[in-house]
Design a binder for this molecule. Structure first.
Ligand code: COA
Length: 156
């Protein structure tokens, strides 16, 4: 499946909202924010990140359809990657191709990532793109209503 990244458009937002509202995806990602649950907060969040020159944010297209989003954010030394793929595309290499493309847009190293310790799909995606596990901790996971184990990964 051909995966490409392009600039986010206003018309992507309703699709991205549906993807971020998916409870199964939220449970997997675990550490969710207010904008995953509240459309007004979602609109504010994306308005802010899309106008922030320090954030790289892209819409993921798979076979020409909006399949998710990916971003790099954070100050120098703490630059972090994040991505989210619509459930209908899971298990078809979309996240791996997305992260590989994102790494071609952001040349800062080291780059960081965090994942719930049981999000084996996301950890696998990161490892396939060269990240290694460099830390472990506990974090409050809003989507699960409890503290969970989290892993920190780094691309040197
Ligand atoms: C995690 C997520 C990004 C994976 O996306 P994806 O497009 O299915 O990933 P890929 O198809 O590129 O899979 C990459 C690898 O992970 C494995 N994998 C994918 N989902 C998996 C799962 N649920 N459990 C175990 N392994 C999984 C694949 O088998 C593949 O490994 P392989 O090449 O050795 O076979 C996607 O499920 C998602 O967006 N989830 C919700 C949001 C989220 O968790 N974002 C990341 C927050 S850290």
């Amino acid at each position: 499946m051909e995966v490409t990244l392009r600039e986010m458009r206003d018309s992507d937002l309703p699709v991205l909202w549906a993807q971020l509202s998916d409870e199964r995806a939220q449970h997997m990602a675990a550490v969710t924010r207010g904008y995953h649950y509240d459309r007004a907060a979602f609109d504010r969040h994306w308005g802010k990140v899309r106008s922030d020159p320090a954030v790289i944010v892209r819409t993921v297209l798979a076979g020409g359809e909006v399949a998710g989003h990916a971003a790099v954010f954070g100050p120098p030394g703490e630059r972090e990657v994040t991505y989210w793929v619509d459930r209908v595309y899971w298990g078809r290499g979309v996240a791996t191709a997305t992260l590989a493309a994102l790494l071609g847009l952001e040349h800062t190293r080291p780059l960081h990532a965090h994942a719930a310790a049981d999000n084996s799909g996301s950890i696998r995606v990161l490892e396939k793109c060269g990240f290694t596990i460099t830390g472990r901790g506990r974090v409050f996971a809003r989507a699960r209503g409890e503290e969970i184990d989290e892993v920190a990964l780094t691309l040197s």
